[in-house]
Design a binder for this molecule. Structure first.
Ligand code: ADP
Length: 296
């Protein structure tokens, strides 16, 4: 089984002709509200593929929290680990202009209150999970506690997003660390050192992770482990909206690793899932079933 520990947000989206300056008001489109947050996205993506998936997260006792619980349940996620508290559900306020560029303000809300104590209290979820997948939209001390509570046989997958420097204890546990170019740059200290993603993967792996996966958008991905570095073929599709593609990729990767597939094979499958996810608008709304991935 897969356990995702991470964020759950309501994405509030308004289309605008242009963004307001300080002190200014502009009129926008009707409001669209979508379930989001990297944790909720990963859990929904995995469950939709058919993975037995649980989410450990926090939401508020409010309409956004209920929207998230509902969308997780309809994707097939076990929500016993979704804690409901006093603090409002995390929100992303998103404006999109006609060229498709967006500006985002995030209120972490309840995501910021997912504590190490919440992790310790979820020990039964940890024991039931072969793979635990985490991102960084929750407090770092909570991520550290996840690493300390892994069951002996279970595997830790980390997408360090939004990226920040990580303690050695967390880096050492990653198998794999999954990064895009931006995340690789931050973890490498602000500069990529080399033009070659193979080099980023090698240098990142030297910082502790047992394996590293670099996602390269339309170029696919590459994997680095003790066996060396290899490219994962990309899948040619007509991209409509890349929102949430990385979350779908990581979820699919984590699930496949849990079924015993090797890293290169799991990443190849994940690249097909990521490609399928960019062919439709939205994040969770774009996630494919296993049959849709096979048909690609
Ligand atoms: P992120 O969303 O974190 O920036 P990427 O853009 O690298 O992550 O996308 C994750 C994965 O999704 C890629 O490794 C690739 O497999 C797949 N993917 C993303 N964009 C495309 C695309 N335009 N065509 C085909 N596959 C894509």
């Amino acid at each position: 089984d897969l356990l995702v520990v991470g964020s759950a947000n309501a994405d509030l989206v308004i289309g605008v002709e242009r963004r307001p300056g300080a002190g200014e008001t502009v009129l926008g489109s009707d409001l669209a509200v979508h379930p989001g947050g990297k944790g909720a996205n990963q859990a929904a993506a995995a469950a939709r593929l058919g993975a037995r998936t649980a989410l450990l997260a926090r939401v508020g006792d409010d309409d956004h929290g209920r929207l998230l619980l509902e969308s997780q349940r309809s994707a097939g996620v076990d929500t016993v680990g979704v804690l409901v508290g006093e603090v409002p559900t995390g929100v992303a306020l998103i404006t999109v202009d006609p060229s498709g560029d967006n500006s985002i303000v995030v209120s972490p809300g309840a995501n910021g209150r997912l504590t190490p104590q919440d992790v310790r209290a979820a020990v039964s979820l940890f024991h039931a999970s072969r793979v635990v997948s985490v991102q960084l939209e929750i407090p770092l001390e909570t991520v550290v506690e996840v690493v300390r509570n892994l069951a002996p046989e279970s595997r830790f997958v980390l997408n360090p997003s939004p990226p920040r420097p990580l303690p050695r204890e967390v880096l050492d546990a990653c198998d794999p660390l999954v990064v895009n170019e931006h995340e690789a740059r931050v973890l490498l200290g602000g500069s990529l050192v080399s033009e070659e993603p193979e080099d980023w993967a090698r240098i990142l792996r030297a910082k502790g992770p047992r394996s590293v996966v670099v996602t390269l958008g339309a170029e696919g991905a590459l994997v680095a482990s003790a066996e060396g570095v290899s490219r994962v073929p990309s899948v040619k599709v007509d991209a409509v909206d890349t929102t949430g593609a990385g979350d779908a990729f990581t979820a699919a990767l984590a699930w496949k690793l849990g079924t015993g597939t090797d890293l290169a094979g799991a990443a190849a499958y994940a690249a097909r899932v990521g490609a399928a996810a960019v062919t439709k608008a939205g994040a969770q709304a774009s996630y494919p079933t296993a049959a849709e991935v096979d048909a690609l």
